[in-house]
Design a protein around this ligand. Structure first.
Ligand SMILES: *[C@@H]1O[C@H](CO)[C@@H](O)[C@H](O)[C@H]1NC(C)=O
Ligand SMILES: *[C@@H]1O[C@H](CO)[C@@H](O)[C@H](O)[C@H]1NC(C)=O
Ligand SMILES: *[C@@H]1O[C@H](CO)[C@@H](O)[C@H](O)[C@H]1NC(C)=O
Ligand SMILES: *[C@@H]1O[C@H](CO)[C@@H](O)[C@H](O)[C@H]1NC(C)=O
Ligand SMILES: *[C@@H]1O[C@H](CO)[C@@H](O)[C@H](O)[C@H]1NC(C)=O
Length: 488
């Protein structure tokens, strides 16, 4: 009884402490929600895009919401994004990243230096080094795609398209960057993929710390299983120079073996978590939009192939493919929805592009959500919910880069790859992998929808804010070998 009373008193004190915050004139509109402490956490977690759209209607392009005890200032004016992205003095990227690293990967690095890690990655994902990675990736993609094909040319095989794309790209990426083949003849790639998908399914709940006790057990179990499976990677010669360099960097920073293995799971997520889902959405849009599919096929048929090696012919990576690039950009505009989050290290005044100034408080978080604007902003994109494969093409077929809001040209008109210190270092590698994969699928397979009337699957709304969104369920396809590998 005494405990109940004490807890109650504590609870009330806690509530009073947290509820006393009020807005000063120079601060963004404050919306605490009606649930003490939690604030808007439930609505935010269920469908962040819907919730933030509602808040934008109510408050405008900047506002502060309470989410599970934290105050988060959301900025939705793309003209003002640089005020956040360029201020690394008062706005910190790595603290919140470390919180997530601990929650999701149970990882605490003795010395965390994102800038050095980015520099290492840059070295290995450009120039000659990138050419090597690409070529390994191409041959892995080809081998894996071939292994998924029915042997008899008249037989159809059916599959969920999401699982098909994710499975092949994930495993090819894993084999390319983490190696592992020599230890285990490739069987591990399949196991790792299977285990990773379980982990992936719980990822948003781990990040929000909303796992129930059963899910906690499953999450802990798959995490440990993945650590075991990833442990040998990086030791062998078959892992990529990047991974070995990264591990060496961790060792020099004083990370023990356990920590290194945990860091590998983080890197597996960072490098493989979004490429497969991106390829899925692109193929799904192409399959459901015949004129887009035709345009991409026509373009591919004109691009020269590299046939100098013993491998299957691949697209020459130096050849421009503006139609494909536009279709990919458009697919990403509709389905890439990461948050860009910073922690406010010291009180700061944020100057918006329109001249308005707002005070930000130390200890709060600032969050950009480019999915709402620019990506789904009807002022920038006419009928933004529609997939138009040539949205990023000019009338003369060149890439279109001029987009406007409020009469002013936008620096950021779509941001699937992040920006500033978040910008994805592996972008050229990822784009090439998706392009090669789509090319292989179109040349090697005849593919049709099992239920042509069903349309695209709905988006799983709980994943808004965590990179690429994923479908609810899957989109079922039938495929078989193409008799001749002619693209048209
Ligand atoms: C390629 O990687 C090596 C280390 O393996 C590095 O010394 C070199 O600078 C990299 N090349 C480029 C063009 O960055
Ligand atoms: C392929 O499968 C069909 C039907 O299952 C069968 O009639 C045909 O003989 C098979 N062809 C080959 C080459 O195995
Ligand atoms: C692959 O490796 C696993 C374990 O290392 C082994 O059990 C399996 O028989 C191997 N498979 C083949 C086809 O060599
Ligand atoms: C939606 O995503 C969440 C989190 O990733 C997952 O737990 C849930 O099962 C997914 N729902 C469907 C219908 O796929
Ligand atoms: C930061 O701003 C808050 C609210 O305006 C104020 O209470 C606090 O004293 C300020 N902190 C510093 C270090 O200036």
């Amino acid at each position: 009884m005494i405990w109940t009373v004490l807890l109650l008193v504590n609870g009330i004190l806690f509530f009073l402490l947290l509820s006393t915050r009020s807005r000063s004139k120079r601060e963004p509109p404050l919306d605490k929600g009606c649930i003490p402490w939690l604030g808007h956490a439930l609505e935010f977690g269920k469908d962040a895009a819907k919730f933030l759209t509602r808040m934008k209607k109510k408050h405008g392009d900047i506002f502060t919401v309470r989410v599970a005890g934290h105050y988060v200032t959301v900025l939705l004016d793309p003209h003002s994004y640089d005020a956040v992205l360029q201020d690394s003095g008062s706005l910190d990227f790595s603290r919140y990243a470390q919180v997530l690293m601990d929650r999701i990967f149970k990882l605490r690095l003795p010395s965390h230096n994102p800038a050095v890690e980015r520099a290492i990655m840059k070295q290995h994902f450009q120039g000659k080094n990138l050419t090597c990675l690409r070529s390994t990736m191409h041959s892995n993609l080809h081998t894996l795609l071939t292994s998924e094909m029915p042997h008899n040319q008249t037989n159809w095989k059916s599959s969920g398209l999401f699982n098909f794309c994710y499975g092949i790209l994930f495993r090819a990426g894993y084999l390319t960057l983490f190696g592992g083949e020599q230890n285990n003849n490739g069987t591990d790639a399949k196991q790792i993929y299977k285990e990773y998908r379980k982990f992936d399914g719980l990822l948003t709940k781990m990040a929000r710390t909303t796992l129930n006790s059963g899910e906690k057990r499953v999450a802990g179990g798959t995490r440990e299983r993945l650590w075991e499976l990833l442990c040998p990677a990086g030791l062998g010669e078959s892992s990529s120079p990047w991974l070995r360099h990264y591990l060496q960097h961790l060792q020099e920073g004083g990370a023990d073996d356990d920590t290194q293995t945990r860091a590998m799971l983080l890197q597996l997520w960072a490098t493989q978590g979004n490429v497969g889902p991106a390829a899925f959405w692109l193929l799904a849009f192409l399959i459901s939009t015949p004129e887009a599919m035709k345009a991409v096929r026509t373009e591919f048929s004109r691009v020269s192939l590299t046939t100098d090696t013993a491998q299957a012919p691949t697209l020459d990576p130096t050849q421009p493919t503006p139609v494909f690039d536009s279709a990919l950009e458009e697919a990403l505009r509709l389905t890439a929805a990461p948050f860009i989050t910073r922690e406010v290290l010291q009180n700061k005044t944020l100057c918006m592009a329109d001249g308005q100034e707002y005070d930000l408080r130390q200890g709060d978080r600032v969050c950009l959500f480019p999915f709402i604007s620019p990506q789904m902003d009807p002022e920038i994109y006419h009928e933004p919910e529609k997939f138009l494969y040539d949205r990023f093409l000019n009338a003369d077929g060149t890439p279109k880069r001029l987009f406007y809001k409020g009469g002013q040209r936008l620096k950021y008109y779509t941001m699937p790859w992040g920006a500033g210190s978040n910008a994805c270092v592996g972008k050229p590698f990822a784009i090439d992998a998706i392009r090669q994969f789509v090319y292989l699928v179109l040349t090697h397979l005849e593919m049709e929808l099992c239920e042509p009337e069903a349309g695209l699957p709905a988006v799983n709304t709980s994943r808004y804010g965590f990179g690429m969104v994923q479908p609810e369920g899957d989109m079922f396809i039938r495929y078989r070998q193409r008799v001749c590998h002619n693209i048209l």
